[in-house]
Design a protein around this ligand. Structure first.
Ligand code: PRP
Ligand code: MN
Ligand code: MG
Length: 179
């Protein structure tokens, strides 16, 4: 285990098993259709890569980069678009892939934006959900794991851009972000 990690919350095996289940459910949901799968960079890139491999319907992919946390453990409340989508979502069945929902601000902003661009449908799959952090009411159609109100890193989730490459999700030692 990485030295800055206090405890592993969800193991690599548990994550991979749950992603296979989500992939099977999404393949049923989108049977006969070709969804446009949107990765919310950077956090969702590892989940996206593992998830699309276990979805059996044809998919197209696009990537969008937004940021609201910066180098802090608290959301700034302002969602900044760093990179927009390459293609139009008009008339498309959009599946937004997120790593985590905390306050809900990032996704509520994105959902509204994609609906405003006339997507045919907008569905959210998030690997992690931290309901205790919510400041706007929002629920994903598909959730991997509900997690407690602790600052977690790994499997795409960062603290000041580090720890995204951990294959598991862990709780960061408090001394790392309080110093
Ligand atoms: C994190 C995370 C989600 C969002 C969730 O992204 O990846 O996108 O915050 O928080 P919210 O529900 O309170 O909006 P971040 O802004 O840290 O950018 P990153 O994905 O590049 O790390
Ligand atoms: Mn993110
Ligand atoms: Mg982040």
């Amino acid at each position: 285990m990485q030295n800055d990690i206090q405890e592993i919350l969800i193991s690599e095996e548990e994550i991979q098993q749950r992603i296979r289940e989500l992939g099977a459910q999404l393949s049923t949901e989108y049977a006969g259709r070709t969804p446009l799968v949107i990765c919310v960079l950077k956090g969702a890139f590892i989940f996206m890569a593992d998830l699309v491999k276990v979805i059996t319907v044809p998919v197209e992919m696009d990537f969008m980069a937004v940021s609201s946390y910066g180098a802090s453990t608290k959301s700034s409340g302002v969602v900044k678009i760093i990179k927009d989508l390459d293609a139009s979502v008009e008339g498309r069945d959009v599946l937004i892939v997120e790593d985590i929902i905390d306050s809900g601000l990032t996704l509520s902003y994105l959902i509204e934006m994609l609906q405003g661009r006339n997507a045919a449908s907008v569905t959210v799959v998030t690997l992690f959900d931290k309901p205790a952090g919510r400041t706007v009411s929002l629920e994903a159609a598909y959730t991997g794991f509900v997690i407690p109100d602790e600052f977690v890193v790994g499997y795409g989730l960062d603290y000041a851009e580090q720890y995204r490459n951990l294959p598991y999700v862990g709780v960061l030692k408090p001394e790392i972000y309080s110093k």
